[in-house]
Design a protein around this ligand. Structure first.
Ligand SMILES: *[C@@H]1O[C@H](CO)[C@@H](O)[C@H](O)[C@H]1NC(C)=O
Ligand SMILES: *[C@@H]1O[C@H](CO)[C@@H](O)[C@H](O)[C@H]1NC(C)=O
Length: 470
């Protein structure tokens, strides 16, 4: 990531970090919250506070729900960290929009037009139309390609001369993997079309940088080389390309060719009135999948490699290795019926989640435990509970292997309800394939150098990893 992007991430994060430092506790009986006026841009204190690893622990010492003011954000925010409240506000009971769905900020991903920013009926319609495309079955069809991608990525990592003794950074490899996995999922049914999507990587990176720049004061655009303008040019190129591919595919389908990827499902999908998605809808669907599945998956995988090489006990690692060895030929059904691998991924997500809370905008008034939350309020459902459990900092598979003292449903790494992460099946599958392929063909150990903890924006723990073929 270049320095302007890092600055941008920091700015978003420090806005979020304002949660702690600018805590304005409001009476939980107050019927009509009045919103305090907010400083316009975040200050250094926010960044330092949020960057502190104990931040998530402290959140849980605040009352819930509680109003906070957030510098750099659009309004005050209702913080919720009780699991039942978090589930309630994330569920169908509250109509909401993801805060990054604020159209002003997400025009790059389609604003109100896309599933990110659409609300109510339109959101439901887009969700219904995309359901089949993101189903488990759709994922299964692309399994061999995803498996090749995982293997090639690991081979590439091992080819780096530093991978032998010093160790390498995993993040850039997993960024490429996450993007390519979305392309495979989208157009894996046709090799030429898949390659065209894969070729859009640099354009997508421009969009990713431009998105972060949306959170910065406009004058910085002059100093950062016009990140936003570049991003909109890249967006136009991607939409044009996806539209071309969609048209080509539609013709091929009309000629009787049969495909089994997300693109064909999106083209075929009809709502109750027989209407389908437009080319533009499909273009934005691709961008939304990339936007939601790029940093999250790559950072989570990088963190998991840190756990594997630094934190997981030999006993747990041996149990996992044994299960993976028992698979023989790898298949989607192996990975979905694998209690230990499943526990391993869930425990990784519990200990350190790239996104410990979901920030949303209420699209209608609601009341939560006596607190009135007017439409257009921001609220944050904080769902990382790991630090509250006794010994919660330790990586222990047994939590997800029948430990009765542990409530497995408290933690919602992909959210819940009508805004639940659309790509969670893909994310889980990608992560499982990479871990399985790692344990089958490679040895990963701790490299030389200190671990880097990033607690701002999407979070990450990374340390150099040595990796070599078995
Ligand atoms: C289908 O048409 C009916 C009647 O015009 C309308 O009320 C309904 O919202 C439409 N459904 C969708 C998903 O657009
Ligand atoms: C894994 O999947 C393959 C291919 O479907 C199958 O042959 C094998 O028996 C499965 N292994 C286990 C342990 O489920």
């Amino acid at each position: 990531m270049d320095s302007s992007a890092i600055f941008a991430v920091t700015a978003i994060a420090s806005a979020i970090g304002g949660l702690a430092l600018w805590a304005v506790q409001r009476s939980s009986k107050s019927k009509e919250p009045t919103f305090p006026s907010l400083p316009k841009w975040p200050l250094l204190g926010n960044i330092l506070d949020y960057a502190d690893a104990s931040f998530t622990k402290r959140i849980n010492s605040y009352p819930t729900p509680v109003w906070f003011s957030l510098p750099g954000f659009m309004g005050p925010i209702l913080l919720v960290h009780d699991p039942d409240q978090a589930r309630y506000v994330s569920s169908k009971a509250v109509s909401s929009r993801i805060v990054f769905g604020e159209p002003k900020l997400t025009t790059l991903f389609g604003g109100y037009e896309s599933i990110f920013g659409a609300t109510g009926k339109e959101h439901k319609r887009l969700r219904v139309l995309s359901m089949k495309a993101v189903s488990k079955n759709a994922m299964k069809q692309q399994f061999p390609l995803l498996q090749d991608l995982a293997r090639e990525t690991l081979e590439n990592m091992a080819r780096n001369p530093k991978a032998e003794t010093q160790g390498i950074s995993c993040l850039p490899h997993f960024q490429k993997l996450a993007f390519n996995a979305i392309c495979i999922f989208m157009a894996g049914g046709d090799e030429a079309q898949l390659n065209q999507l894969v070729g859009l990587y640099d354009d997508f990176i421009d969009i990713s940088h431009g998105f972060k720049a949306m959170f910065l004061p406009p004058f910085l655009e002059y100093f950062n080389g016009g990140l936003k303008a570049k991003a909109f040019e890249a967006q136009a190129r991607i939409l044009t390309k996806v539209s071309e591919i969609t048209n080509e595919r539609r013709c091929a389908m009309e000629d009787g060719n049969i495909y089994s990827d997300a693109l064909s499902s999106l083209i075929e999908a009809r709502d109750e009135n027989g209407s389908s998605l437009s080319d533009r809808d499909i273009g934005f669907m691709f961008l939304v999948l990339c936007g939601a599945g790029f940093e999250t998956t790559s950072m989570q995988l990088t963190t998991i490699f840190y756990f594997i090489t630094n934190m997981v006990s030999n006993t747990d690692l041996e149990a996992l290795q044994q299960e993976v060895d028992s698979f023989g030929e790898l298949s989607e059904s192996n990975l979905s019926q694998s209690p230990i691998l499943n526990a391993f991924v869930k425990e990784s997500l519990r200990i350190f989640n790239v996104a410990p809370f979901v920030i949303r905008i209420a699209t209608e008034d609601f009341t939560l435990d006596g607190v009135n939350v007017p439409a257009n309020s921001l609220f944050a459902a904080f769902h990382e509970r790991g630090s509250l459990i006794e010994g919660g900092e330790a990586f222990e598979l047994k939590r997800y292997l029948g430990d009765p003292s542990f409530d497995k449903d408290e933690f919602m790494p992909f959210g819940t309800g009508e805004r639940r992460c659309l790509g969670f099946q893909l994310a889980m599958l990608e992560i499982k394939i990479v871990i399985a392929e790692l344990l089958r063909g490679f040895v990963a150990t701790k490299g030389v150098g200190k671990a880097k903890h990033v607690h701002v924006g999407t979070r990450l723990i990374e340390s150099p990893v040595c990796i070599r073929p078995k």
